[in-house]
Design a binder for this molecule. Structure first.
Ligand code: C2E
Ligand code: MG
Length: 711
């Protein structure tokens, strides 16, 4: 068939004429320019052609009438059996609608909506078909583009399984729901579509109008971001980052709906929360840590500034001898003790108060609202009682005590750290008073604290500046009144304050961490002096007692240092005696027991100093292998007037002898005390009655046979 058929002179005008002669109807059809209206004979030739058809297809009436209608169809359609299929359907169904591509005269295509209908004669026999065709290319392309973009969008949404994506209409009704949304929210597509998107919000957010707020914001600004908790179908919650975006046909157009994307970050959120918690809490006890406590303190102080009358209490609590507990029972148990104490402290205070772990064995307590100082003191007392409750471990009872410094906070304080500093100063003051008590800060605390601090810094320099010196107090054999040895006692020649005794600086030295250095220095000094006496005076029997603290015993190189001091001074080990206070030895750890054994192996004897002031287990005395008991001054002083003291001393002497230890009476001040000790068969005496502590030269004189004194 020819594409542009020549004009058929026979059938076409006939048909055209036949219809066209239908006067009015023919003209009407011809006037319709929007629609191509034409007729086709049963054999498939065009029989009439209106002006709309001319416009639509580009063929003039005389070009097409009489031609094969397939001129207007695409090869694909023809291959597909058109237009025969269309006409057959029309015959069967009366009328068919079909959307398809058609060809114009110039070979271009247009999308058309078609209607085909059979034409029948009066008898009902088919005489051809009428076709109405409308060019709807534009609409079709727009619809296709939209469909394609919708399809792409749908694919995108549906394939994103890790992201919940759903579309909602202007009023918030869910219209699309992807697999990610199914997974995240737990609603299936069929359950979600058609419902308002507030189904995923928490009740609180719904009450706050959050869903509507989001819609409004997204309408106005194009999008609304929200990181919040959402609710699943089963009621569980998760934390998600989400964004609601306005969808519009064009940027300027009003919203056509919205799409919401949400991504579950609960895990990250949890991690953040865990991290935040860890940053502000103590791992062991779970209590707020120093950082969080400072925040609370800052808030309370700001509050006090706003409400001038407001006062608060800051308690600085430090455990007494926690280090010893750690050494004795091990870290694991000490940790359990700390956890238990933390729990107890919390039960003492009110809910609005804050208990924090400030450091190792330091706790801080913030009493957020108090009227009177006494209230803070009462809480401190209750806290100390709670700490002092024994804790049962296996079959051991651990008892700890606490020292508390109290600062009363008010708007007078400018900075939170000043309140802390004052409570800390009060705590030190309480420690200086022996611990296991509480002290309220006042201005004198500050000056004493300042004095203590300057003392500590002076002490640090004292060693380098050689301001320490040793005095020697003779120890006398009571049987023959001869000087058998000396006790080395440290003194400090303070540049301004003159000679200071141990009681005036040893605690500060302890706190400044200088005790081990000082003791080491005294030990060397005393050994050198002893060596000198032995060689210069030819007195190999004289002994030297040196005081050492519990901290020395804890030093791993302690024994090596003793051996070193003996070697440098060429002193025999059995001439040196180390004194440890009864308190130091009271509850020795395994390490301390081993240290003592090594000291004995070295050949150095040790004495239990201040005997009677502690609660020394008798079995421990033997186990340790102490060589001497030094009976505390408090029992000797005034023993002539006290039967009780005499009996205590008698018992101590008997005990020492039974365990094959020597006994020394300390602080002998009178001849009466000396003879009483002699009567009780005490071996040695030491005290001002015999001699005060002396400088090396004066002590040396004591050893000269010529300088011998008789008591
Ligand atoms: P301590 O070991 O009991 O030493 C005896 C103390 O009693 C000395 O005090 C001494 O001067 C004093 N004293 C002696 N006879 C009498 C007396 O008749 N009446 C009175 N009232 N007191 C007397 P000092 O020298 O003040 O030492 C006090 C404590 O300091 C010592 O007690 C000792 O525990 C400690 N200490 C002294 N030197 C050192 C040292 O180098 N290292 C260590 N860790 N502690 C030391
Ligand atoms: Mg002593």
């Amino acid at each position: 068939m020819e594409k542009k058929g020549r004009r058929s002179t026979s059938a076409a005008p006939q048909a055209s004429h036949r219809q066209g002669s239908d006067s009015l109807y023919g003209r009407l059809v011809d006037s319709v320019t929007e629609y191509a209206i034409f007729t086709v004979s049963p054999s498939g030739t065009v029989t009439s052609w209106n002006s709309g058809a001319e416009r639509t297809f580009g063929f003039a009436e005389d070009e097409i009438v009489g031609q094969d209608v397939r001129l207007l169809f695409t090869p694909e359609d023809i291959a597909d059996g058109q237009p025969a299929g269309e006409f057959t359907a029309a015959l069967n169904e009366g009328r068919v609608h079909r959307d398809c591509w058609h060809l114009r005269r110039d070979g271009t295509r247009f999308w058309a909506t078609n209607t085909a209908q059979p034409l029948r004669d009066e008898a009902g026999r088919p005489i051809g078909f009428s076709k109405i065709v409308r060019d709807s290319t534009e609409r079709h392309l727009a619809a296709t583009a939209l469909r394609e973009s919708e399809e792409r969008f749908r694919l995108l949404i549906e394939s994103a399984a890790d992201y919940a994506m759903f579309a909602i209409s202007l009023d918030g009704t869910i219209t699309l729901w992807n697999v990610g949304a199914e997974r995240l929210f737990g609603f299936r597509e069929s359950e979600a579509v058609g419902r308002h998107f507030s189904i995923i919000f928490t009740l609180a957010d719904i009450e706050n109008g959050e869903p509507e707020l989001e819609l409004r914001q997204a309408s106005a600004q194009g999008s609304a971001s929200a990181d919040r908790w959402y609710v699943r179908e089963d009621g569980t919650r998760f934390f998600a980052v989400s964004k609601l975006t306005r969808l519009a046909q064009s940027p300027s157009a009003a919203a056509a709906g919205f799409v919401k994307i949400a991504h579950d970050i609960t895990e990250r959120k949890h991690q953040e929360e865990v991290m935040r918690h860890e940053a502000f809490h103590d791992r062991l006890t779970g209590l707020p840590n120093r950082a969080l406590f400072s925040e609370h303190l800052q808030r309370v102080l700001a509050h006090a500034e706003r409400f001038r009358a407001r006062r608060f209490g800051l308690l600085f609590l430090d455990l007494d001898d926690f280090k010893a507990i750690n050494d004795r029972y091990g870290h694991a148990r000490a940790d359990i003790l700390l956890m238990e104490l933390a729990r107890r402290l919390e039960t003492v205070v009110r809910a609005e108060d804050v208990v924090a772990r400030f450091g190792g064995d330091e706790f801080t307590i913030l009493l957020t609202d108090i009227d009177r100082t006494e209230q803070a003191v009462a809480v401190a007392d209750a806290l100390r009682r709670a700490v002092a409750e024994p804790l049962l471990f296996d079959d051991h009872e651990i008892v700890t005590t606490a020292t508390i410094g109290i600062a009363i906070g008010s708007s007078a304080y400018e900075r939170p750290e000043h309140v802390l500093r004052d409570a800390d100063l009060a705590m030190y003051e309480a420690k200086a008073q022996g611990g296991n008590r509480s002290v309220v800060f006042d201005e004198r605390t500050r000056s004493r604290g300042a004095a203590r601090r300057s003392l500590e810094s002076e002490l640090r320099q004292a060693l380098e500046r050689h301001e320490f010196f040793v005095q020697y107090q003779p120890i006398v054999a009571l049987s023959n009144s001869r000087v058998v040895g000396f006790e080395a006692l440290v003194r400090w020649r303070h540049p301004q304050r003159g000679t200071l005794l141990p009681s005036e600086f040893m605690l500060a030295a302890h706190q400044a961490g200088l005790i081990v250095s000082i003791d080491g220095w005294v030990l060397e000094q005393a050994c050198r002096q002893l060596g000198a006496w032995q060689t210069d005076l030819g007195n190999p029997s004289v002994t030297m007692n040196v005081n050492q603290s519990g901290l020395d015993l804890a030093q791993p190189d302690f024994v090596a240092r003793i051996a070193g001091a003996l070697e440098t001074s060429a002193v025999a080990a059995d001439r040196l005696r180390l004194e440890f206070t009864e308190r130091t030895l009271m509850e020795p750890t395994q390490a301390v027991t081993e240290q003592l054994a090594r000291i004995r192996d070295l050949g150095v004897e040790f004495a239990v100093d201040d005997f009677g002031t502690g609660y020394f287990g008798l079995s421990a005395l033997r186990r340790f292998g102490a060589g001497a008991l030094k009976i505390d001054r408090s029992f000797i002083c005034g023993m002539n007037d006290s039967v009780e003291k005499t009996e205590i001393v008698r018992t101590a002497v008997t005990l020492a002898h039974n365990l094959r230890l020597s006994a020394t009476g300390m602080g002998v001040e009178t001849a009466g005390e000396a003879s009483a000790l002699r009567e009780l068969t005490c071996d040695y005496g030491q005290g001002n009655y015999f001699s005060r502590p002396l400088d090396a030269e004066r002590a040396t004189l004591m050893l000269h046979p010529a300088g011998a004194v008789s008591w």
